[in-house]
Design a protein around this ligand. Structure first.
Ligand SMILES: NC(=O)c1ccc[n+]([C@@H]2O[C@H](COP(=O)([O-])OP(=O)(O)OC[C@H]3O[C@@H](n4cnc5c(N)ncnc54)[C@H](OP(=O)(O)O)[C@@H]3O)[C@@H](O)[C@H]2O)c1
Length: 248
């Protein structure tokens, strides 16, 4: 079996909870050095300590992906500490769903800033290192909502469709540079994502649904590990997964 995770330097945004934290634990167990970014410094500090206690390699860097300088600092910290960036997982995201008629413009702005501009800032920070080394892998989080639009998901879906557009453009442009690009589009996964929905009726409906059918965050960790583990001449470009019980 190929072992293409051990020894890699993997930067993960949104590593303080949910799928980012699950991926960090899983990839560190597989022998990667993980560099964790998120705003809640206490959470990523504790996760890095947990990984180090278990014999792994980890560093935490407080990061707000809406700030371009923060992502540069995160990428630079990986290079300073471990010498390079093999993989960047642009996982940070927010999903304050609501119908457009409720005009939650600040939340629209936040979704565009975190889910789309945050991904672009991550790409901007990591790409020069990867192109210089002629090696790298960028993994961007889209969603089933980046393939379909639901009532209340228009702006969230717009950001996740945009992530797919950026990722496919990046894949084509990076082919000569030996940089792999992967889009991962999860369905319902049990994480903290619904905690920040401000419209209580929308939040409750989504909570009920995800509680009923959602799969654990470790599902994502296994699938991201699969994409990374493939040999360097194979790019897993798209992974779309849902709980078996999810209809749409
Ligand atoms: N759960 C699902 O069903 C589902 C389905 C499809 C796609 N997704 C996508 O999966 C990704 C991970 O979400 P999750 O489900 O694991 O939710 P989660 O538990 O809420 O995790 C989201 C992460 O994003 C981080 N984040 C939010 N704003 C940030 C900012 N400005 N700067 C840096 N980090 C920020 C959060 O950290 P801090 O708050 O500490 O900054 C947190 O670590 C997101 O892109 C989400 O859109 C999730």
């Amino acid at each position: 079996m190929t072992d293409n995770i051990a020894g890699k330097v993997i930067v993960i945004t949104g590593a303080s909870s949910g799928m980012g934290a699950a991926a960090a634990r899983h990839l560190a167990r597989e022998g990667a050095a993980v560099v964790l970014g998120a705003r809640r410094a206490d959470r990523i500090d504790a996760l890095a300590a947990e990984i180090i206690d278990a014999g792994g390699k980890a560093r935490a860097v407080e990061t707000d992906v809406t700030k371009r300088d923060d992502l540069k600092r995160l990428a630079d910290a990986a290079v300073e500490t471990y010498g390079r960036i093999d993989v960047l997982i642009n996982n940070a995201g927010v999903m304050p769903l609501s119908p457009l008629e409720r005009v939650k413009v600040d939340e629209w702005d936040q979704m565009i800033d975190v889910n789309l501009k945050g991904v672009l800032y991550g790409v901007a920070a990591a790409l020069p290192h990867m192109i210089a080394r002629k090696s790298g892998h960028i993994i961007n989080l889209s969603s089933v909502a980046g393939h379909k639009i639901f009532s209340g998901s228009a702006v969230y879906s717009a950001t996740k469709y945009a992530v797919r557009a950026v990722s496919e453009g990046l894949r084509q442009e990076m082919a000569p540079h030996n940089v792999r690009v992967t889009i991962i589009s999860p369905g319902a996964v049990k994480t903290e994502l619904l905690d920040h929905i401000s419209e209580k009726d929308v939040q409750q409906a989504n909570r009920d649904y995800v509680a009923q059918i959602g799969v654990p965050a470790e599902t994502f960790a296994r699938l991201v590990a699969f994409a990374i583990n493939e040999p360097e001449d194979v790019g897993i470009n798209e992974i779309l997964f849902r709980p078996t019980a999810q209809e749409l």
